[in-house]
Design a protein around this ligand. Sequence first.
Ligand code: SAM
Ligand code: SF4
Length: 332
Amino acid sequence: MTTTLDQLRRPLGVLRLSLTARCNLACRYCRPENQDPRTLLTRQQRLKLIGVAARSGCRRLRLTGGEPLLAPELAPLIQAVKALDLMEDVAVTSNGVLLDRPLARCLQQAGLDRITISLDGADPQAVRRMGGGNSFDQVLAAVGHAQAVGLPVKINMVVMAHENGDQVIPMAHLCRKLGVELRLIEYMDVGNRNGWQPRQVLTAATMTARIDRRWSLQPVGRQPGSTARRWRYRDGGGFVSTIASISEPFCGDCNRLRVTADGMAYTCLFASQGTDLKPALDPRQPDMVLIRQLRSLWRQRQDRYSEERALRSRQAGLTPRPSPAEMAYIGG
Ligand code: SAM
Ligand code: SF4
């Protein structure tokens, strides 16, 4: 295993692999895409990629989408990654709609280490407003199924100031009751179809100040390479965290490589173009071709889009600069 460093001396540490760009929801802030199933990587190609990423320093695999539970390959892939001992930690990010008890058990038995479930409001109306349709009860049940089979669960909530900003306290309340860490995500300017505007961002500082007025918070901090800054409820009610890509960028230690379901590698969520790995993923090509391509891509990497956005905004105010790839394609 080799440590691969980029131009800013950041090691490669996490592979975020999208299994499909398709989704069964249409969230206000995300525009999923139709995808021709013939463009998807095969299990053999995915395992080759994961194995090479592991040999280049990746320790953690995050399976995402679109909606990864739409991919029939999810459980067999996790099982194979674990059987081959390729990654230390395998997690899934899902909207939870399809997570019934048998599937939760199947994923846990396949070796899944943890799951993050997205939920943007604490009642059915709020979730509907955010584009989650009538999914509230199903998603709440999904959290219960994951807990029942012993999977550690976190809940992701994207906060849009005027749409579900009123849900921060109700969601903190709900997650405390469920015994689950809530991760409050600042609405990001990813893609060009969600119409992102700076005034729709509720900053992490505002959100935690609101929570702190209700339940006193003690700062825990952010682990290097992690996206989340954590707080402990002083009354023993667990943890809450924020992902503040807009107001407190964390590019300085970003260690994530993203690969889309059709094999395009992106070295930043906001990157203007991807690199096609498919020729090197061809099973007839020796692993060394992919190893060289991946390491060379990482060594050239100098992306620090969120920090640059913050610098620009200090000079000229926060302005939208649409990034070309949509979140559901690039794998959020
Ligand atoms: N469908 C799955 C889900 O929703 O959890 C996985 C894919 S989704 C693209 C991954 C994460 O990105 C979700 O937690 C979602 O809420 C978040 N996300 C999507 N668009 C976003 C945006 N514009 N700003 C911030 N977070 C976003
Ligand atoms: Fe689907 Fe996830 Fe995008 Fe929502 S955030 S539309 S659940 S991919």
